[in-house]
Design a protein around this ligand. Structure first.
Ligand code: SAH
Length: 204
């Protein structure tokens, strides 16, 4: 179960890297970067010249700095990365002017009423050319008899959406803020319940 999770997260991160590469992004945001797993993969690709990780949790950022070995990095690599403490609930000019933003397994940690603030901060304020959002597909949970988070996959998840719920929210956001959106599954797809994880790719 836990191994499946780890495998899935790695697949998801690789899918996100591929999508960021495909949209020719050079300046990228990782919003809700956590311990910096995506940043680590992005660093291996010279295409990404500026990588900014942001998280509300200072502890997560400290862990990211440690895992990325920031203090031992060459100046050249070090200059490509910034880690910033900030919240997706508040408009923040430091998020402006990027080619793309990745928001990986973050929205389900936000209270549903705060999603409205999140939408404005990302799609109206920061307004990157591309936004890549991933979230669990709740329909897939039937495949997992016991989940670490009980009802949800993680105890800190505030909700988990079905594919239809995610697509409905995404299409509304895209329409409101002038983006187009398409959807991709991550992990093995099963009849009726889909794949364990879903990605929405928003482009302007
Ligand atoms: N993207 C990372 C971490 C996902 S866990 C990964 O895929 O590994 C969710 C992360 O979202 C946590 O690090 C949490 O601190 C962060 N987060 C939750 N609410 C946030 C908010 N309002 N603003 C910014 N980050 C937030």
């Amino acid at each position: 179960m836990i191994e499946q999770y780890i495998g899935l997260h790695q697949k998801r991160l690789e899918a996100v890297v591929g999508l960021l590469e495909a949209c020719n992004a050079t300046r990228v945001l990782d919003l809700g970067c956590g311990a910096g797993r995506l940043i680590k993969l992005l660093l291996r690709k010279p295409q990404f010249k500026q990588i900014v990780g942001m998280d509300v949790s200072y502890r997560a950022l400290e862990e990211a700095a440690r895992r990325l070995k920031l203090s031992r990095m060459s100046d050249r690599q070090r200059q490509r990365i910034s880690l910033l403490q900030g919240s997706l609930m508040y408009r923040d000019g430091r998020m402006d002017g990027f080619d793309a933003a990745a928001i990986v397994e973050v929205i389900e940690h936000l209270d549903p009423p705060s999603l409205a603030a999140f939408e404005r901060v990302v799609f109206e304020g920061a307004r990157p050319e591309a936004v890549i959002i991933t979230t669990p597909n709740r329909e897939y949970n039937v495949k997992w008899k016991t989940m670490p988070g009980g009802k949800f996959r993680h105890p800190d998840h505030r909700f988990e959406w079905t594919r239809t719920e995610f697509q409905h929210w995404s299409r509304r956001v895209a329409e409101r803020y002038g983006y187009e959106v398409r959807f991709l599954p991550v992990g093995p797809e099963e009849p009726d319940i889909g794949a364990p994880s879903q990605i929405g790719v928003f482009t302007r």
